[in-house]
Design a protein around this ligand. Structure first.
Ligand code: NDP
Length: 503
């Protein structure tokens, strides 16, 4: 690397020595006047910023999204307006539950977040490598995450709390089945799909809208580790997926994804057999086929991990004109939680960090001041609106179309229903082959077998409710009384919880 710059302190003063502290005599104490030493140590002790509470371990890369098919009749998003149009993207992939230094090959969903730097601002698709989620109301989210992290007393991962919560939260059964399938341990970030998960609204220039789900299908093919190989890789190379992504891009082998959408009309949504905004369920392909939209290619590694990957801030509410949120309760809550964590982790002006800045447009509003405001802070211009001094005005011309919503303000519970078990059962019965089913059962038995017996019984009854054979095979693997599991499966969730209580 060419050395064309001088070594200076943060104030630009030349550093004449970076080896020895200034001391009073050869054997004497260090002097407070050694500004370079003080600054070096003080900065070092502040190097760590708060770790993301979830998705702490991640890797990312830049690239582009290219429109391959014209869907502009559904959305007026200008980055989707014509075939061939390219938009710069930054993608970050991650595990969920582990700390920043944890192993990449843990069994866990993977975060799959993409920032599209469009000419109308940043659109953030903050998805996962699974199309569904464990819960459908964010009220349960902090509790759920606590159970996937460490026990408050032992600071160890705890199979009891992991399965206790899931077995008391049966709507998780679909995601649990995907998590314990081979897809729970993808062979690196390049070999997995990404899903927006939530339904989005897309609307066109006329204000006609539809509901849309986004799918990113890997063009490298889905490749997974077996549970055993993933376990071994934790020891051999805990950074397997990070290394794989970086080295493949550095070697000119650019990973790519086909971007496809499912579209549901408002009328279809109203009459659908289950709530289409329930993130524990997919929209069946047979009824809502994939429609090709474009292609994402990642072709540039970040030059500095901390600058671009650690400081990347994705917000599900970052939706450009032509897109809006749906009524999905998890989506709605994430619109708050993500920017809130960025303000905590990175500060109120996190959007000024280069990786988070929109490209090719000037951000103009009346937000001012705050810690680390480094962009001129609006200069001498007005800091209020309305104003008659030439400040910017809102442009409501392409706002989200109005939606009629009525109802009673109340904590409406989404009641558990038989429908909640159908898709997990379909996945087991119709989608998986024999070897996938065998791996699924082996992975569950290996993990659930570490939980207390009463929790094993309660959870295995849920597998049975998804599919009887599925439940029987897990019960056999755990050495549980199959008849008892059948009885528990036939009970209501309240009865099942009572029957497996230790109180
Ligand atoms: P289809 O029979 O039309 O398609 C099944 C889909 O399942 C495949 O296209 C593939 O999706 C996905 N798949 C294959 N193996 C696994 C696995 N081990 N874990 C998770 N997904 C897998 O199915 P339906 O649309 O009628 O759905 C049947 C089941 O398939 C669902 O209950 C759901 O569990 C799963 N699925 C459905 C998706 C959807 O959006 N409809 C998306 C992903 C899974 P892909 O092409 O996305 O890899």
């Amino acid at each position: 690397m060419k050395k064309d710059k001088k070594f200076t302190t943060s104030s630009g003063i030349p550093v004449e020595n970076d080896l020895s502290s200034i001391t009073a005599g050869n054997k004497g104490p260090v002097l407070l006047q050694d500004v370079h030493l003080l600054e070096k140590l003080a900065h070092f002790t502040r190097e760590r910023i708060p770790e993301r509470v979830v998705h702490a371990k991640g890797a990312g890369a830049f690239g582009y999204f290219e429109v391959t098919d014209d869907l502009s009749r559904y959305t007026c998003a200008s980055f989707l307006s014509e075939v061939g149009k390219r938009t710069e993207v930054f993608a970050r992939f991650s595990t969920v539950g582990g700390e920043k230094g944890s192993a990449d090959t843990e069994r866990d969903p993977r975060g799959f977040a993409v920032k599209f730097y469009t000419e109308e601002g940043n659109f953030d698709m903050v998805g996962n490598n699974t199309p569904v989620f464990f819960i459908r109301d964010a009220m349960k989210f902090p509790d759920f995450i606590h159970t996937q992290k460490r026990d408050p007393e032992t600071n160890l991962k705890d199979p009891d709390m992991f399965w206790d919560f899931l077995s008391l939260t049966p709507e998780s059964i679909h995601q649990v089945t995907i998590l314990f399938s081979d897809r729970g341990t993808p062979k690196g970030h390049r070999h997995m799909n990404g899903y927006g998960g939530h339904a989005y609204m897309w609307y066109n220039e006329k204000g006609d809208y539809n509901w849309v789900k986004l799918h990113f299908k890997t063009e490298q093919g889905i490749v997974n580790f077996t549970g055993e190989d993933a376990g071994m890789m934790r020891g051999i190379d805990p950074d397997f997926s990070t290394r794989d992504l970086f080295e493949s891009i550095a070697g000119g082998n650019f990973p790519s994804w086909s971007v496809e959408v499912q579209i549901m009309t408002p009328k279809q949504a109203e009459g659908f057999r289950f709530d289409p905004f329930d993130v524990t369920k997919v929209w069946p392909h047979g009824e809502y086929p994939m429609i090709k939209l474009g292609r994402m290619v990642l072709d540039r590694n970040p030059e500095n991990y901390f600058a671009d990957v650690e400081q990347a801030a994705f917000s599900p509410g970052n939706l450009v004109p032509g897109m809006g949120p749906s009524f999905d309760r998890m989506f709605q809550a994430r619109i708050f939680a993500y920017p809130d964590t960025h303000r905590h982790r990175l500060g109120a002006n996190y959007h000024l960090i280069p990786v988070n800045q929109p490209r090719g447009l000037k951000v103009s509003n009346y937000q001012r001041d705050g810690s680390m405001r480094v962009d001129g802070n609006g200069g001498p211009g007005p800091n209020y609106w309305p104003n008659s001094f030439g400040g910017v005005d809102p442009d409501g011309s392409r706002a989200v179309p109005p939606l009629d919503v009525t109802g009673t303000a109340w904590r409406h519970e989404v009641k558990l229903s038989d429908e909640d078990f159908v898709q997990a059962g379909d996945l087991y019965r119709k989608v998986m082959d024999d070897s996938a089913r065998e791996n699924l059962v082996r992975n569950i038995v290996g993990h659930l077998g570490n939980a207390q017996k009463r929790i094993q019984l309660r959870q295995t009854a849920l597998f049975w409710k998804a599919d009887e054979e599925y439940g029987r095979r897990v019960a056999d693997g755990l050495g549980l009384d199959v008849r008892r599991i059948g009885e528990l499966a036939s009970m209501s969730q309240e009865e099942r919880v009572r029957a497996t209580s230790d109180r």
